[in-house]
Design a protein around this ligand. Structure first.
Ligand code: V47
Ligand code: SF4
Length: 391
């Protein structure tokens, strides 16, 4: 199989001469430089990038494509910050237009899944001035005491930075407190674009790049795994994307604590950046491919299907992606409010398996930390649909 791929890379008609050495490097398992990453964005054809990213993906994971069974809790969309790309948040003064879930309402959401084979809850929301560290520690304790086996992936570095500063705790103290209360890992949100030239224009008032990275580093030191995102396709240039990934690659060299990189496509409905056009599907696929090639120390690359749409997520499996997130169960509003095609994102196991099989990949259910729960290859879709333990 690798021989065929080799040929494909070398004889691809769109291959520009100066890109050949990059392909050779990648095939030799060598790391590419920032300049080479930039060249890929600027000059790489879709077919060239796809072949190379797919080579890396198959070397790491073969055809395996992961998904999980999860749901989200978004405690509030009231937020002290005003990110210009955000379609979701409401300022505290306008909180009557938003939502603020009580502890009881959030526990009811968890209890709704009693007896259902869900493995992860993803908790992320606005930064509410009155929902503090103790409130969330109590929520974590309550969830764990109700369902000890449920993995809690919660709170972006933006939410954590605010909570810890208010509680006058250092990052490691705050994280230890939440970890002891039941927090298992951190999602990758809040990273946006690290470079100050862009960050100051799109989300000036929240934690900066160093603050975001320090929180993830502290989490890694405590033995927690985390994800990383990048909000792309707005006013940033390619080199800002490389700068962003460079900072992540450097931290990963130090800690090895990141699991997954998730590029998030900017959606422009109903926000202060609505005048900025959204990028094309070709740009999306290039983004995944270059990320897969550049971030050689990240084990996984995720296409978050509620944001990208189902068919585009299928396509991304040929551009370096090996994970499409989970069932979601219509429990998040961040992307639907920003104009994503998926207005009520929800897929059952049979639908996720079908999606992956249609792309001729191997569907594997994972837990949050990529332990295999079940390999669905060869399983009949009808059998999955009929089995209550699998849906
Ligand atoms: O940080 C907000 C993004 C993120 C828009 O770790 C937008 O598994 C596009 O962190 N257009 C939060 N993106 C979501 C997040 C996440 C999502 C899925 C999986 C994981 C994971 C983490 O949502 C924010 C921001 O970058 N976002 N508004 C918008 N208009
Ligand atoms: Fe608040 Fe997050 Fe929206 Fe920024 S992206 S305004 S931090 S909810």
């Amino acid at each position: 199989m690798n021989e065929t791929l080799d040929k494909q890379i070398i004889t691809d008609s769109s291959l520009v001469k100066e890109l050949n050495p990059i392909a050779e490097k990648v095939k030799a398992g060598e790391r590419i430089t920032d300049e080479e990453g930039l060249l890929l964005f600027e000059k790489g054809s879709l077919s060239f990038l796809g072949s190379l990213a797919n080579y890396v993906r198959e070397k790491l994971h073969g055809d395996t494509t992961y998904f999980n069974r999860n749901f989200h809790i978004e405690p509030t969309n009231v937020c002290v910050f005003s990110c210009n790309f955000c379609s979701y948040s409401r300022l505290y003064a306008h909180r009557d237009e938003g939502w603020e879930l009580s502890m009881e309402q959030m526990m009811d959401m968890v209890k709704k899944y009693d007896g259902k084979p869900i493995t992860e809850v993803h908790i992320v929301g606005g930064v509410h001035p009155k929902m503090n560290l103790e409130f969330f520690a109590e929520l974590l304790r309550k969830i764990k005491s109700h369902r000890p086996g449920l993995h809690i992936k919660g709170f972006t570095a933006v939410e954590l930075d605010y909570m810890f500063r208010k509680a006058k705790l250092a990052n490691d103290e705050g994280l230890k407190l939440l970890h002891d209360a039941g927090l298992d890992s951190l999602p990758g949100g809040g990273a946006e674009i690290f470079h100050p030239e862009i960050r100051e224009k799109i989300c000036a008032d929240k934690v900066d790049a160093d603050g975001w990275l320090k929180i993830h580093e502290a989490a890694h030191r405590l033995g927690m795994h985390t994800n990383a995102t990048m909000l792309y396709g707005h006013i940033e240039k390619y080199w800002h994307r490389i700068d962003h990934m460079k900072r992540l690659r450097e931290l990963q060299d130090k800690t090895r604590g990141f699991n997954t990189f998730i590029p998030l496509k900017f959606r422009n409905k109903d926000n202060d950046m609505s005048h900025v056009p959204e990028v094309s599907l070709v740009e999306d696929m290039k983004m995944y491919a270059v990320a897969r090639i550049y971030l050689d120390n990240f084990p996984h690359m995720k296409a978050y299907w509620p944001m990208l749409g189902r068919q585009n997520a299928q396509l991304s499996l040929a551009f370096g992606v090996n994970d499409i997130d989970g069932t979601i169960d219509d429990s998040t509003k961040i992307y639907s409010m920003a104009g994503a095609e998926e207005q009520n994102p929800s897929m059952n196991t049979a639908q996720l398996v079908t999606l992956i099989q249609q792309a001729k990949r191997k569907p594997v259910e994972r837990d949050t930390l990529y332990n295999v729960i079940r390999d669905y290859s060869g399983m009949d879709i009808k059998e999955i649909e009929m089995n209550p333990l699998l849906n």
